[in-house]
Design a protein around this ligand. Sequence first.
Ligand code: ZN
Length: 443
Amino acid sequence: MDAADVRSTNLAVVLRCVREQAPCSRADVAAATGLNKTTVSSLVSELLKRRLLREVGTAGNRVGRPAVMLALDGASYAAIGVEVGADYLTAVAVDIAGRVVLSWRRALPGAASAPPRAVTAVAALTRRVVARAERDGRRVLGLAVALPGTLGAAAGAPARAWRDADFARDLAAALRIAGLHVEVGNDADFGVLAEYRFGAHAGTADLVYLTGGGDLAAGLVVDGALRPGGSGYSGEIAHLPVDPGGPPCRCGRRGCMEAVAGIGAVLRRAGADPHTPDAGGRPPIAEVEPLIDEITARARAGDAATLAALGAAGRDLGAGVAVLANVLDPRVVVLGGHYARFAPWLLPAATAELRHRAITAEHGGSRLAASTLGLDAPALGATARILDAVESGRLPGDPDGAAPARGGRSPLGLTGTAPAAARAAERAALPPSVTTATDGTRR
Ligand SMILES: [Zn+2]
């Protein structure tokens, strides 16, 4: 590691420390990181110049000179996350502190079945998000896109990794925004990254997220790191056998976890069968939300058949989760997407079944919880991916202190208004502008 690497690593350490402890002083940062005070002062000066940190007044009640407090600068940057859903696109932008500054959703029927069309639509939406961020005086840190398992489903599973590479490349080409970092991952992985950074169980080192959308998959964080698996297919739990005598599954077998406890199965069991399932037998999302409203209303009213159906689906969900719990021993398994709406009725039965089947139950075991992030979780997790990269040393901003332009079109990219030579040097040290999420690609 050369001196420049050491410095950018230390800048990232200070940035992460301030995120976790803000507001805090330079002395607090030195104490928390073990770096000496002179080094911290120099690192903080650079982060202030890059507009990543700001000073937020002084702490008054200390002995001696009042300490200047630091916080993340929420005004100068935005990270963009987009989710391609079965029939919608979601875009969110967050500031460097993770505060949501924009959240848009638009209907796009058939998006997930037609990758070229999804590329065009994501590019159009992204350009509008970038324009808005720039108008607000923000420089864009990067774009990550969450893709569902159903995207281009006809291509078949082994083609998914190639599909992600193609998607990232085609999207970058369609965007034509020089210097914009673009990456692609899957909705389950980004869902768990969202929970890990923004959720009610943020920072839980062993965490699982279950997608509760058109299909069922798990995103896994183990020992504080995303675990996409050797070829990117970890967490494919849809076809775990749960009830061998159960209903037929789209894979041709019977009683798979998705067939008994996926969102489509929960709706079906509660008597609200979507009218027009897609070729894979999954319900279109546009039809799902009114049905969820209907079922939750019935459950709240105490309808016995509805409560029995949700309890049975919850038990099957718990049986599937118990397999995950016995293999991975997560502290928390978060029910995401539409599952959260059914949580009051699914969770008791699922938790009882999990405790019955999990070998670790008497040692504390794994806890089931409902997501608090709503349907934006995969898009939020995509922004978490970009923020993680910044905190790992891919720092934006100009160390010489030029501010991002306000109120006009500022040059996009990681180095902005730096002199051309410095910009070229820095670009040479950066990862390629199009990556295919080598550690996040499953599909
Ligand atoms: Zn199956």
